[in-house]
Design a protein. Sequence first.
Length: 308
Amino acid sequence: MLEISSLTKHLGKRNVINNLSFCAQRQECIGLFGEHGAGKTILLNLISGLVKPSGGHINIQGFDTQTHPLQARKALGYQLQDGLNHHTMSVKDMLNFIAAIRGFSGAEKRSRVDRVAMRLELSRVLNAPLNTLSSGLKRKVAIAQAILHTPSLLLLDEPTEGMATDQLLKFRTLIHSLTEEMTVIIASRHCNELSSICTRALVIAGGRPMADAPLLDLQRNSRHFRAVTLAAETPLDLLALAVLPGVAGIEEDRHAPGKVTVLAMPGHNIYPPINALIASSGWNITSLNLEPGRLNEVVHHLSQEVSP
């Protein structure tokens, strides 16, 4: 579906993308993770054809983005990080404009605009000027125009920025449905938010690939893998928690008094003994969670491995 081989991009004397090779298959949802300045947006711009590579090749559905740019662009949709804005166009005007550029007209154009408006919950703001919308709604419009032509490859750049918890749940449902139709690549600094959405991750730092693995494999590399986070209305007996079998240590949450994370030694399941201790101690627990591992922590660690 997407094949990238030996991709490089120079800006002046600096390599912003350095010999990157990568493949994505149909119906994959891939997280493109990295810290600020890692090269995520420039990589998406290279894939989309907005920026020309200094070397290497990008193929989308068999079309090289340099030798067959029109065919390659027809196969992809791109949601830019900052969303869409215009001082006079309404949401409907913008979607109609994009639909026309994509070659749709008449009933087909109206059907596609209505469909993406409903899918992104934009129907109530179709006649609103773009420049009056919140940043979250502008991002929704940007996603809507990117999927209007049902692309084979969808590129999303920081789509969850500023989303509330309820919005993240709706976004997860949207991406799961889109992945049934196309390949989705989501670039983000907020890896933990995407842990239940993406199934695979490409981690880059300094424009270099640092990891390409299933998300579950990366989560296992977190020191918080199979840790237990709990909170109570009254202070917990940290010593009683610390001496439980398999406990590697305890972290107190400085921002939430009464909340702690109990770390597990490799290969140990500390959830059952913690549950038993809670029951025998009669603690009034307000939350209790078994952690899958923190992706942000793993990405940060990988990013530190890049030579200056």
